[in-house]
Ligand binder design. Structure first.
Ligand code: ADE
Length: 422
């Protein structure tokens, strides 16, 4: 690696990765260490413009140990999942040379070089928005680029899977299937892209971040309890999901929104039924989540065909999917009718992401929110209370692309000379 005077170089890569929302859920592992699931799952990748992780990874002969900073704070890499991702990538690294900078790294040298990692989520890590999916996908993708790993995206997805199961699906944009695989090694438990984000770009996604005081059961602990105690989970994984996967693939391929909606809603509800079937039962949704489901069901039943799909992960937040902008505009109007912001909340911070939907909905001020009409599907029922404060904010987004390298050095999170956080 050259003499001492040439050891002050820093080599780094910055990448950006999306998060994803499963529409056929992953719940339950058949191997806890390798993170192998009990069934296939399908997700939609969310636009990284609104929800993403940015990660800079660097190596230098001057680094004394592996270090990581998450959202500006030092973060321990001691966890087995981080160690696995690091060693899987290091083991696949290849020769690298940059004559101009005088850097020459041979395959075997990567193991001796320490790495600095700085990662930043552009959404609240505590909001329950699958930050570890975007985080591990970004970490693995950035390390693979840095260390000149020649493997394809499928192999990288199998490495990211060992950090966080759903991270494997964030290696691709658009619509993605995580094939559970059969091999004990886990090598065939990989993500595959079903269609890219341009295939069905009419879809609009609105995430309702539900206010919650309660600490949730971690997914890892919840899944373990479900696998051990829920008869519904073993029925679901063997008898229900395999058929649903085929139907969902077809619905995505043909852009059949009514079928997509029916499958996504039913699958989300079955996942939460499995949680209730677990001993002790797990409650991820709260009263607000349940109210959202009943409002969306009422709307879908009032119309001839489903207008919206809903899905809930291991937390109270709702992910709502509309088939196009026109329906998304109506959806946002209904959501703001049911869940108006508190008087001290700015409309601008209550609806974030793609704000053009708010504009299309003709909502520019609190006065516009106050005068929203009663949704048609409620005309014959008792008007609900317009409870304030149940929702923290809404994020308007769409299906998005997979991970990319950010070539612009100004976007790097580490200093190019020192390799320390900027
Ligand atoms: N967990 C949550 N966010 C993460 C990130 N950005 N990188 C790695 N792990 C994470």
């Amino acid at each position: 690696m050259g003499d001492e005077s040439k050891k002050n170089w820093v080599l780094m890569v910055t990448a950006q990765s999306p998060t994803n929302i499963a529409v056929i859920k992953y719940w339950g592992k058949r191997d806890e260490t390798l993170i192998l699931p009990v069934n296939d799952s399908i997700s939609v990748t969310l636009d990284p413009e609104h929800l993403c992780t940015t990660t800079t990874v660097a190596v230098s002969p001057s680094f004394n140990k592996d270090l990581m900073w998450l959202n500006g704070k030092e973060f321990s890499l001691a966890g087995a999942r981080y160690q696995r991702c690091l060693s899987e990538i290091r083991g696949r690294a290849s020769d690298f040379e940059d004559e101009e900078k005088g850097i020459c790294i041979k395959k075997g040298d990567w193991e001796k070089l320490n790495v600095h990692i700085a990662s930043y989520n552009n959404f609240p890590t505590a909001a329950g928005l699958a930050s570890s999916a975007a985080g591990f996908a970004c970490l693995v993708f950035a390390l693979a680029k840095l260390m000149n790993v020649k493997e394809d995206c499928g192999t990288l997805s199998a490495i990211a899977r060992q950090g966080s199961g759903s991270a494997c699906r964030s290696l691709y944009g658009g619509f993605v299937k995580w094939d559970m695989g059969k091999d004990l090694s886990g090598n065939d438990s990989v993500a595959v892209q079903l269609a890219d984000e341009a295939h069905w770009d009419d879809l609009v996604i609105i995430i309702a971040v539900v206010s919650s005081r309660q600490k949730e059961t971690s997914s890892t602990a919840g899944m373990r309890d479900s696998v051990e105690t829920s008869p519904l989970l073993s029925y679901r994984s063997k008898e229900v999901v395999p058929k649903r996967i085929v139907q969902m693939e077809e619905a995505i391929k043909t852009r059949d929104f009514p079928t997509f909606s029916k499958l996504a809603c039913t699958d989300s509800n079955q996942f939460h039924a499995v949680c209730l079937d677990t001993r002790p039962p797990i409650f991820y949704m709260n009263d607000t989540s349940h109210r959202i489901i009943s409002y969306m069901e009422k709307w879908n039943r009032f119309e001839v065909t489903p207008q919206v799909a809903y899905t809930f992960d291991a937390g109270p937040n709702a992910v709502l999917i509309a088939p196009n902008r026109k329906v998304a505009t109506l959806l946002l109007q209904k959501l703001l009718f049911y869940f108006p912001p508190t008087p001290d909340t700015e409309l601008n911070s209550y609806v974030i992401g793609d704000k053009s939907i708010l504009k299309d909905a003709g909502i520019e001020s609190m006065k516009d929110v106050d005068s929203l009409p009663l949704p048609s599907e409620l005309k014959d029922s008792i008007p609900p209370q317009r409870q304030k404060g149940d929702i923290s904010y809404f994020i308007c987004t769409r299906p998005g692309r997979g991970p990319v390298v950010l070539a612009d050095e100004t976007q790097a999170l580490l200093h190019p000379k020192t390799g320390l956080p900027k």
